[in-house]
Design a protein around this ligand. Structure first.
Ligand code: CA
Length: 669
């Protein structure tokens, strides 16, 4: 069946609305409600004292008929008085029946999502919020992204976070946290030392899979209910909608005060339950892609939203603008971005650019089932259409991921475990998927997210162990550490935007669980004691981050660095040699990786003149922005080892030293 046959939603038959006041508009004197419901015969506004019927003091405060404007499809009413902290729903009667629903444009809700709440947002701002500023990088490639689930960050007692804040937004506001009975920092203190620039938070908008009253279930949260509301189970009080808003803002402010930006994982491609969602109850059959009266399912989660429809596209844009402006979010990661059409994604870029061109945008360039996407393959935001998208909309480079470690969940081997056939995927990835010679699905390295692990699939550590037939998840065997180090070099010393799942740098394990989306905390929690056990690995990542920050071409967002770079692959080792024009930085760098079981002679080439001498800044043992020793070109590179070397002259010039002439540094690589 042709996918274009699913274009059944078009043309749209409804008048649309382009105002920016859907939802409630609050003042202390009165509140105006607006809901777009063009197929409704009647809409009532219901006001409540509480966010659920089972709370103490629950009662209906009033019911009001809303008035319809056929030219826009919008129903409106204004209620006098101060409605701050009043809960509300709409009762919407259409040909498909009568449904009571929360507001599509909810900004706050009661416990477990079913009633919206009027909130005076100014009252939710933490102290000093007016001075809180976005953390933005000059170019996307300056970002170094650490992916974390709100609950995993602190749910374990090894986090040292106070008991009431464990697993909550507020854990990100604690300082001086250590692994109990040690001096090893955890949480935000740990992140400051590590040196990443941004965290990417797994879904933190309101989702449906965790009961906010009991909070005992675990879920990643890829099941949105109210897109513009923080999730209640991460708040210390899920009942009063204003609390989660304030605590979310406290989290952002705290991270921003340490110079750490926050990228939000947004899942606009599907909802928890289409029939129960405010979208379907408000305008039945409109917001989702349908075929023969059935929900299409390119998300693999039972439904797919219609970004190509005027009012859903508008919703996405409004929602992203809201998170950026109200919550100071610094970037967005789009789940299953290929469910969205190219036009929408480029429009979102344009709209975010009006706020700041440095806001980050990237996503997964695939669907879960292309045949049920409901828009043509030419129109969807997948990797083969990357060149039709803005150069500042990035995509996860799954070719590189696969090249680095092999299949995500099987026991196959990739480059780091010694495979030779994956070298070409790795080389293309090192060049930010932007090299004409080696492969360029991307326009520029700014479109390439370079990674080996994310929340989906086995952790990198578990994958390394599986491909080596090891089931001791706490092993410190050098072989596995070494393979993990090779991956870290490929992620941090390549072009593109480096990204990894929290804990990749301390051998995070989920004990072989390849899909832990609803597994218990015992599988998912960060076990901070691993930062001690695998300190060598943490230090290695930290050193590579310093190297990346010290050498601008690695962070180039254009193809200049690609064209200036020179790759040699001799069947045993890869070297990438790069030139630098930035003053007071190393003039040249070479990243050399031997993935084989034999030592080999490094081969370094460049279209530019090579320096007379080099210093090693990273070898098999450690990495840092300080020279470790002189590089000896005649000395074989040991098996499974990466070297990063920098030209000696510029190093000495920057550091005001003469490391090269000091014979005590003549130790080998
Ligand atoms: Ca929820």
């Amino acid at each position: 069946m042709s996918t274009t046959a699913f274009y059944s939603n078009k043309p749209e038959n409804y008048n649309t609305y382009d105002g920016n006041d859907l939802g409630f508009t609050y003042t202390p004197e009165c509140t105006t409600f607006k809901v777009w419901a063009p197929s409704a015969e009647q809409v009532l506004l219901k006001l409540y004292t509480t966010g659920s019927y089972y709370e103490e003091g629950a009662q209906v405060l009033g019911i009001k008929q809303m008035l319809y404007d056929a030219s826009t499809g919008v129903w409106t009413t204004t209620v006098d008085g101060d409605l701050n902290k009043t809960y509300y729903t709409y009762v919407i009667k259409t040909a498909k029946g009568t449904h009571e629903t929360q507001d599509v444009y909810s900004k706050a809700v009661g416990v477990n999502s079913n009633r919206s709440e009027v909130v005076d947002l100014a009252e939710t701002n933490p102290e000093g919020w007016e001075n809180d500023a976005h953390i933005l990088v000059d170019k996307p490639n300056d970002a170094i992204v650490w992916e974390i689930h709100i609950r995993d960050f602190s749910s374990s007692d090894t986090s040292g976070v106070s008991k009431q804040n464990r697993g909550k937004f507020l854990a990100f506001t604690e300082r001086g946290t250590v692994i109990p009975f040690t001096n090893f920092p955890t949480c935000v203190d740990y992140l400051k030392q590590l040196g990443i620039t941004h965290i990417q938070i797994n879904p933190a908008f309101d989702f449906g899979s965790v009961n906010e009253i009991t909070g005992v279930d675990y879920n990643w949260g890829y099941d949105p209910v109210n897109y513009n509301v923080p999730e209640g189970s991460y708040a210390t009080d899920p009942y009063h909608g204003e609390v989660r808003i304030r605590e979310f803002k406290e989290m952002i402010k705290s991270l921003h005060s340490e110079g750490i930006g926050v990228i939000m994982d947004v899942v606009y491609n599907h909802v928890y339950s289409a029939v129960d969602s405010p979208f379907e109850k408000t305008v039945p059959g409109y917001y989702f892609r349908m075929h023969d009266g059935k929900f299409l399912n390119s998300s693999g989660c039972g439904n797919v939203t219609a970004s190509d429809k005027t009012m859903y596209r508008k919703f996405m844009i409004d929602s992203l603008r809201y998170w950026t402006e109200e919550y100071h979010i610094d970037g967005f990661r789009f789940d299953l971005m290929a469910c969205h059409d190219i036009e929408t994604m480029n429009l979102i870029r344009e709209e975010l650019d009006k706020i700041d061109t440095r806001l980050l945008m990237y996503g997964e360039p695939w669907t879960a089932n292309d045949a049920e996407n409901g828009i043509s393959g030419e129109d969807c935001s997948n990797k083969s259409n990357a060149k039709k998208l803005s150069t500042r909309i990035g995509m996860f480079n799954d070719d590189m991921r696969h090249g680095i470690k092999g299949g995500s969940d099987d026991d196959s081997k990739g480059f780091i475990q010694g495979s030779t056939h994956s070298a070409y995927n790795v080389i293309a990835g090192m060049m930010g998927a932007s090299s004409v010679t080696f492969g360029n699905w991307a326009n520029e390295p700014s479109q390439c997210i370079t990674y080996a692990s994310a929340h989906d699939n086995l952790t990198l550590w578990d994958k390394i162990l599986k491909s080596n037939w090891c089931t001791d998840y706490d092993t410190t065997d050098k072989l596995y550490i070494t393979q993990n180090k090779l991956a870290s070099v490929l992620i941090l010393a390549s072009l593109g935007i480096p990204f990894w799942m929290a804990g990749e740098e301390f051998a995070r394990t989920k004990y072989g669980d390849h899909n832990s989306y609803k597994s218990p905390d015992s599988i998912n929690s960060i076990n901070w004691t691993r930062t001690i056990r695998y300190k060598e690995l943490v230090d290695y990542y930290r050193g590579l981050i310093k190297i990346r920050k010290a050498f601008s071409p690695l962070r180039d967002n254009t193809t200049k660095a690609v064209n200036d770079g020179y790759i040699v692959y001799n069947g045993q080792s890869i070297s990438l040699t790069m030139k630098n024009d930035v003053e007071n930085e190393w003039e040249m760098i070479s990243v050399i990786i031997n993935n084989s079981e034999q030592s080999c002679t490094p081969q370094i080439k460049s279209q530019y003149e090579l320096p007379k001498g080099w210093y090693v800044v990273a070898n098999g043992e450690k990495a840092s922005d300080e020279a470790i020793c002189k590089f000896d070109p005649d000395k074989p590179l040991p098996p499974r080892t990466a070297l990063i070397i920098v030209d000696a002259d510029s190093y000495d010039h920057i550091h005001g030293t003469d490391f090269f002439k000091d014979t005590s540094n003549n130790i080998d690589n």
